[in-house]
Design a protein around this ligand. Sequence first.
Ligand code: ADP
Ligand code: MG
Length: 620
Amino acid sequence: RSSAEKFEFQAEVSRLMDIIINSLYSNKDIFLRELISNASDALDKIRFLSLTDKEVLGEGDDTKLEIQIKLDKEKKILSIRDRGIGMTKEELIKNLGTIAKSGTSAFVEKMQTSGDLNLIGQFGVGFYSVYLVADYVEVISKHNEDKQYVWESKADGAFAISEDTWNEPLGRGTEIRLHLRDEAGEYLEESKLKDLVKKYSEFINFPIYIWATKEVDVEVPADEDESSDSSEGEKEDEETEKGEDEEEDSEKKPKTKTVKETNYEWELLNDVKAIWLRNPKEVTDEEYSKFYHSLEKDFSDEKPLAWSHFNAEGDVEFKAVLFVPPKAPHDLYESYYNANKSNLRLYVRRVFISDEFDELLPKYLNFLKGLVDSDTLPLNVSREMLQQHSSLKTIKKKLIRKALDMIRKIAEEDPDENTDKEKKDVEKAGDDEKRGQYTKFWNEFGKSIKLGIIEDAANRNRLAKLLRFESTKSDGKLTSLDQYISRMKKGQKDIFYITGTSKEQLEKSPFLEGLKKKNFEVIFFTDPVDEYLMQYLMDYEDKKFQNVSKEGLKLGKDSKVKELKESFKELTKWWKGALASENVDDVRISSRLDNTPCVVVTSKYGWSANMERIMQSQTL
Ligand code: ADP
Ligand code: MG
């Protein structure tokens, strides 16, 4: 078209499209759920705006918040249309080509190593999956504040935008037309599309229709010649069958007959009843799992590690479904201190409000997924005002409690976690599925728990219960503080730990000599964050934490030390004098060593040697 304006795709986007087009990825189905998910997002947006301004919905069919799928077998076009918010010309240019999302290059990288396109939606570039099945795509869009435009591209590095003067006016919303590649003919099969929508878009909260063929019975005038045979004579001969014959006759009597005819009509494909409104007892594990995958645009087979579905009552009423994902997202800790983005979707009375609501969960629980649907929050106010609403505090508090309970349960139900339980209980059915789940949780999200201990004083003890680590007695496995306490020696008052870069390095530490000899257990903390953690975690169940490389280590009464102190009094004094210039505070006899003659110990309130190292390299 001569009037079209031409644009080049941003470089990363162009690379991404090349990869998609040339991909040998076999699961091409994913494009459909990406388009439906975009349509659903666009519908959420217009519905949200309509809360404060009814006018935005327009009138007639435009008020119907729905998604429509249509096939044109002859022209090989599949179109998906929504009555969502639509895109202005500028948005078409930005959203579909010129602005690369933060996830674009991350996804390109991942694609090159794994070739797995399944997670495309999570990286915010799901739209481009259309080029798995189409070689030419048109996006027709009408936003309330602009004219109707067409975006089109053959994925050859460029796209064009034109004011739409030839298609039917959309009223409002977006229609995506996929000109399917020859080898993608299966997406012109109605049954295939119906199956896909049912499989992937079960939890979309807007009706999805397909323009479907419908076999209908039509009454047409009956053919006179066939209508009756001359059986008068037979009837008289065979009296016994008379009755039956009479019946047949009466059926044939009407002068019309029914034939099958093919019509088209909109067929509804989904049931829009939100899963979170249902009674938790009636929702199956499989349904939760599927719901999680659709929520997260993650269509791998991995089940969420845990979930919690509850109904909070009282002053503040809300329903929530929380999930612990099977894996941490690629950027979970990347911008931890800058980004404060909760991953919960907030609904108010079934209306989607936002998935960027900071006030629902504290930062350290950012890894949780799910949604909250509140009956208490007001609907007709801006996001900013909602953000300040007093009931959010209560919601947050309850969500944290439920989240920590849910995580605790992963451990409780994991036979690997609680060996006593395993001995006592007869092996329960299903237990095996839970085996090792807490270790999995810990490996993915343990750092979040540690950050929680640092940040959330009110829940510090609950979080400390969830802590796992290795120790001199854990035998290469993870162990907990409760288990440590259960193994404490008689008379042992403190919980001993040591910090460093690796377990291997720490095992050789002279600081452990005396403790090992006396059979005390020592925790290994080898993550840089552990140093910070231990500045906040002072005690647990009335036991104090003692860094064994620091001053103040008490290993019970030891009369020998007293003796030694006396006999080495002069030497200690001499050392003290000799080292004064080296910033040594004190020189002492101690029982912490066995073979090594001496070690440098840090003062009680100073940084440990490991912390000095961390601060120097600034690894956190
Ligand atoms: P994401 O949905 O994660 O943002 P996509 O690549 O799927 O990423 O879509 C890119 C953007 O294009 C969306 O964020 C949205 O702004 C816009 N968009 C895509 N489809 C539609 C649609 N049907 N209606 C309105 N905007 C859309
Ligand atoms: Mg999308």
